[in-house]
Design a protein around this ligand. Structure first.
Ligand code: ADP
Ligand code: ADP
Length: 227
């Protein structure tokens, strides 16, 4: 479970301060599918970076499974990310020199898993996203949609409880985008918590709950009514 209590984030550059998040209170239970929406500059990325243990808040508390994780050292943050979180980014973030299989293996390498075991789990993950036949292709030899499916395989290979997707369809055509959203829905169906950041209201409606932020404040938080 994710619990943010009175989270505040200020950036200070050249003597001027920006309050990116202002007193955020948010609870996300295991197995939820939440979309975070809001206009550019509203604080979505900042919120995602804090939730993903990529950045620390200025003040407030972040409890992840009842443990305070807001103010960990970079090494401790990396350990939490590796253990509990999977990430999917707008720009895929695959390593260009590695093939699909090697990219998917990365989170398992950080865990110190044996190569044969790593390979087996990574092939399974590639199979889940329908890309077994692309295992030995480099990112540049794949379409955007395929690259994002590799990124999803990488996000799920270590079996994290939480998947964080930041504008995962932003660089894709609508067909590939739909495939990616279907995969996120499927992962959520398997019990994973999915947190989707988007500025696209249509995509947000794939989630079960929509949290709208504006100027660093939660403006609205509601369940999506099934149609
Ligand atoms: P969004 O993802 O919704 O576009 P951000 O979280 O990126 O919003 O930004 C929220 C506010 O914080 C904006 O005013 C932005 O300019 C500012 N901001 C974000 N990151 C930084 C940073 N590293 N340094 C200074 N200001 C930042
Ligand atoms: P997004 O739409 O993903 O929020 P942005 O262009 O707002 O993209 O920001 C991309 C990244 O650039 C942010 O995650 C943040 O780290 C950094 N950033 C955004 N605004 C500022 C700023 N005013 N000063 C410094 N860094 C910023």
């Amino acid at each position: 479970m994710i619990e943010l209590n009175n989270i505040r984030k200020e950036y200070h550059t050249d003597g001027t301060g920006v309050t990116a998040l202002n007193d955020i209170n948010l609870t996300i239970n295991d197995g939820e599918f939440v979309a975070v929406i809001g206009p550019s500059g509203s604080g979505k990325s900042t919120l995602m970076n804090i939730l993903g243990c990529l950045d620390t808040p200025t003040s407030g508390h972040y409890l992840l499974d009842d443990k305070e994780v807001g103010y960990l050292s970079p090494n401790q943050q990396a350990e939490i990310r590796n253990k509990k979180l999977g990430f999917v980014f707008q720009s895929f973030n695959l390593l260009p020199r590695l093939n699909a299989l090697e990219n998917v293996e990365l989170p398992l390498i950080y865990r110190g898993m044996r190569p044969s075991e790593r390979r087996r789990l990574s092939m399974e993950a590639l199979e889940r996203v329908g890309l077994i036949d692309r295992a030995y292709h480099k990112p540049s030899q794949m379409s955007g949609g395929q690259q994002q499916r590799v990124a999803i395989a990488r996000a799920l290979v270590a079996d994290p409880n939480i998947i964080m997707a930041d504008e995962p369809t932003g660089n894709l055509d609508s067909h590939s985008g739909r495939q990616i959203m279907d995969m996120l829905t499927e992962l959520n169906g398997d019990g994973k918590t999915v947190i989707l950041v988007t500025h696209d209201m249509n995509l947000a409606h794939t989630a079960r709950r929509i949290v709208r932020i504006k100027d660093g404040v939660i403006e609205n938080d509601e369940k999506v009514v099934a149609v």
